[in-house]
Design a protein around this ligand. Sequence first.
Ligand code: ZN
Length: 141
Amino acid sequence: MTLPKELQGFAIDHLGIAVKDLEAASLPYQLLGLPLLGEDEIVASQYVKVRALQAGESLIELLEPTHSESPIAQFIEKRGEGLHHLALRVEDLEAEIRRLEAQNAQFISTEPRRGRAGTRVVFLHPKWAKGVLIELVEHKD
Ligand code: ZN
């Protein structure tokens, strides 16, 4: 199913799940039948190793910290393994940042960072969205 162009922005790009061990964490999804997408990838900006599984047009991203200072390591320490963030796909990251800033949205940082597979990402503050950490993702063309 392909959505009309005007509805393609803001699809769920992926769900990010904080895990201690990629191998153990990916097993349930593989048993469910979700195929692995590509190779595991280190995302240096977040100090994580990412394993992506395909769930229809969205991904499940399993995030294993590579460093104790990783935000994912800190999350696991505080709250245990589990759902960490919701990522929405946008066409033009800078335009969305400007638009949301004008509406007083709270960002963790408005400086785009490098995400998985060459994407550019920013995070909105979970306080702004009732406890949900929202990531905006722009794919390169
Ligand atoms: Zn993410």
